[in-house]
Structures are given as structure tokens and as C-alpha cells.
Design a protein around this ligand. Structure first.
Ligand code: 0PR
Length: 372
């Protein structure tokens, strides 16, 4: 067996270099991330005493993200992705709360990782409808609070449409009712801080206790890299487990996983420092330009439109005038495009690997399907 045989066996799968993936939140990692990841592939920070300098790097990286999100005393971990980070956030919220509080108020548009978290942690999600802007209805959040309420979750960059819940208002409600507020910025965490006049969603809001931010989405890092960032150490430590037998010495563990990739930390740190604020801004500016260009092109096609004016680099493509969006989806997939299916729209994500050239080809196919 050799690599070329394996490559041949796997050829035909989509890959980001082929530019056919228009519905994913992942992308081709930055070359510096890949190089760094390879170098530190065998490191396991689940045994932190073996890699004290890597742990220092993680602390530094989390602190940098904390500062980006208006918090000088942020503590957290680089974990496997947004799902793990969301589970950890609700785990901390639950461990710090009084007994009997088990309801989590959250938008109906939340990522399915919260359903997993609730199931695992014995919590109940109280799902709140969204308004015409596809954001959680704040009036209904207030009404949903009971003496069993434990936490509120706001989403900064929803999975379907990339919009930001009104976190500022959620924060006020959380403070007033003494509830834990977690913000799922798995997608938006590497988007909104780099867009001028974007909605407020970070630790500058008093109620926000933790934020999920994924380097393996718009952060240009490698899969698996997610971050859970807590407002302070006390929240982070509420899920600590003491591990006594490690080769590097006794340590506290506070992730879902035991064995944990040090390469993800090193690669995320590297790409963050390599690109810097300017690099990330350039990255998202490019994506937003493509997003708006694409919308202008869509408007020229009779019967197609967008679900909502985007706040990030995600567009919900919808149909009117008797066109059937499911039929369009089926036919566009048949032509080799990988797009994401939602009840009444197709999600297109304008990630760094997406080019104008591939979008032009996609639009040609879309036109021919709609006009046939
Ligand atoms: N929170 C939000 C808002 C998300 O959109 C996602 C995933 C998560 C949490 C969970 O993150 P992990 O998948 O890292 O655990 N959103 C992506 C989505 O559903 C996941 C994804 C990525 C799906 C690439 C497909 C794909 O090709 O779109």
C-alpha cells in the first residue's frame, strides 16, 4: 500500500481545492497552520505536564482571543470544535447553578450540539421562535424565564443564515435575572470582530459568561480546533477533574476529551499571529465582497432571492414565482455542487476557498436550471 493508491481510492470525494464546496463552514486551512500542525502532530496536551510550553502557548492564545473579545482575564481551552465548546459551556453553567435549575433558553435556530449537550447534562432546551429577521425573539425570552431557568444562549452567526442574535439585550436580561449567558460564536467569532459596525456580542456585555469561537471555521486553522473562552477562571474551573496518574504529573482536566491535540493549539496560535488583525480583516473583507456580489447576481435571476440581508458571509438562497427550491437543490447537487439544504432555502457560505470563478460557474448552472 502507498499514498498514491490511497489517494486514488479516495478521489472523487469533494475537496476544498476543487472549489465545488459552497455550503460548508470549513475551508482549506492556511498553509502556516498546516505546516505547524504537521510539526506538532504527536503532542497530547491531555497530559499537560509533558508539554508545559504548549500549555503556555494555549494560555497565550486564549488570552489573545479574550482581548479580541474585550476581556483581559479570559481563561479557556482549545478543544475539538464548536460542539465540544458548547457542551463545556453548559456543563460549567450547570455545575455552578443551584440544584433544580435545568432550563436553557435558546433560539430554535441553534446548532444541534445544544441538543446533545442538553441530553448529556440532563438539561432541557426551551426553544424560542425567531422574528422576521431570523433572530431570537427577546420578548419571548423574557416570558420563558421560570424558577427552573439556568442559562440563556445567544448565537453570534447562526448556522443557517449567519445572523447575530441581539446579544446586548440578552445580556441585560441575563444580568437582571441572574442567569448564565453563553454566546455561540463558533462561526461569528472570527467574522464579526473584523467587520466594522458589526453587532456587539462579546465580554464587553456584562452578562456574557462564556463564548465559543472556532478556529477551524473562519479562523483558517485545521480541523479539529474550537475554543471555549470563559469570562474568568472560576467559571472554567467549575468542571475540573483531578487526574492523578499522568506521566507529566498530576493535572486538572476540563475538556470532554482526554487525549487532546497540541498540534491544534500550535497551528491555531501560528495562523492567528501570522495573519494578525489585518490579515483576518482582509480575509473577511474578501468574503463579504463576494457575498454582496453574489446577491447582486442572484437578483438578476427571475424567481430567485435571498432569505435575509446577510450580516456575515452566509447567504440563504430562496425561490418564488412558482419555483421549487427543493427541485433546484436536487438539480444543482446533481451537477456536482455541494450546497447546504434548509427547509425553504439553500445555504451558500463564502469561505476563503470559494472563488469568484467558481461562483460564476455555479451561477451559470443555476440560471440554466431555473430557466429550463
Ligand atoms: N455552533 C454553530 C453556530 C455552528 O454552526 C456549528 C457547526 C457548531 C456550533 C458546531 O461546531 P463543530 O461542527 O465544530 O462541532 N456548524 C457547521 C454547520 O453545521 C458544521 C459544518 C462544517 C457542517 C462543515 C458541514 C460542513 O461541511 O454548518
Amino acid at each position: 500500500m502507498n499514498i498514491s493508491r490511497l489517494k486514488k481510492r479516495l478521489s472523487g470525494d469533494h475537496d476544498f481545492k476543487g472549489h465545488t464546496i459552497l455550503g460548508s463552514m470549513c475551508t482549506e486551512p492556511h498553509k502556516m497552520a498546516v505546516k505547524t500542525y504537521k510539526r506538532f502532530l504527536s503532542t497530547n496536551v491531555g497530559d499537560p505536564g509533558l508539554f508545559p510550553k504548549l500549555i503556555q502557548l494555549e494560555t497565550e492564545y486564549i488570552a489573545s482571543l479574550g482581548r479580541l473579545l474585550s476581556n483581559d482575564s479570559a481563561v479557556g481551552s482549545v478543544v475539538s470544535g464548536g460542539s465540544e465548546a458548547n457542551i463545556l459551556a453548559l456543563w460549567s453553567a450547570r455545575n455552578r447553578s443551584e440544584k433544580g435549575k435545568r432550563e436553557v433558553i435558546i433560539s430554535e435556530t441553534c446548532h444541534f450540539s445544544f441538543d446533545k449537550a442538553a441530553d448529556l447534562l440532563g438539561l432541557q432546551l426551551i426553544k424560542i421562535p425567531v422574528g422576521n429577521d431570523y433572530k431570537i425573539r427577546v420578548d419571548l425570552v423574557e416570558k420563558a424565564i421560570t424558577d427552573k431557568s439556568l442559562a440563556i444562549v445567544g448565537i453570534a452567526g447562526t448556522t443557517g443564515l449567519g445572523v447575530c442574535d441581539p446579544i446586548e439585550e440578552l445580556s441585560k436580561i441575563a444580568v437582571k435575572n441572574n442567569l448564565y449567558l453563553h454566546v455561540d460564536a463558533a462561526f461569528g467569532g472570527f467574522v464579526f470582530p473584523f467587520i466594522d459596525n458589526s453587532p456587539k456580542f462579546d465580554f464587553s456585555l456584562d452578562g456574557v459568561m462564556s463564548i465559543t469561537v472556532d478556529p477551524h471555521k473562519m479562523g483558517r486553522a485545521v480541523i479539529q480546533s474550537g475554543c471555549i473562552i470563559y469570562r474568568n477562571r472560576e467559571i472554567a474551573e467549575s468542571i475540573n477533574i483531578d487526574v492523578t496518574y499522568l506521566s507529566g504529573g498530576r493535572a486538572k482536566n476540563r475538556s470532554v476529551l482526554g487525549t487532546r491535540s497540541g498540534a491544534s493549539i500550535a497551528a491555531s496560535w501560528m495562523v492567528y499571529n501570522y495573519l494578525g488583525y489585518k490579515g483576518y480583516k482582509k480575509n473577511i473583507d474578501r468574503s463579504m465582497k463576494l457575498t454582496y456580489w453574489f446577491i447582486d447576481e442572484i437578483k438578476k435571476i427571475d424567481g430567485l432571492g435571498v432569505k435575509v440581508q446577510p450580516e456575515s458571509n452566509i447567504v440563504g438562497l430562496c425561490a418564488s414565482k412558482g419555483l421549487d427550491i427543493k427541485e433546484i437543490l436536487f438539480k444543482i447537487r446533481e451537477r456536482g455542487w455541494a450546497v447546504s439544504e434548509w427547509p425553504d432555502y439553500i445555504r451558500i457560505t463564502f469561505m476563503p476557498h470559494v472563488t469568484k470563478r467558481s461562483l460564476k460557474k455555479f451561477l451559470v448552472d443555476l440560471r440554466s436550471i431555473v430557466q429550463s
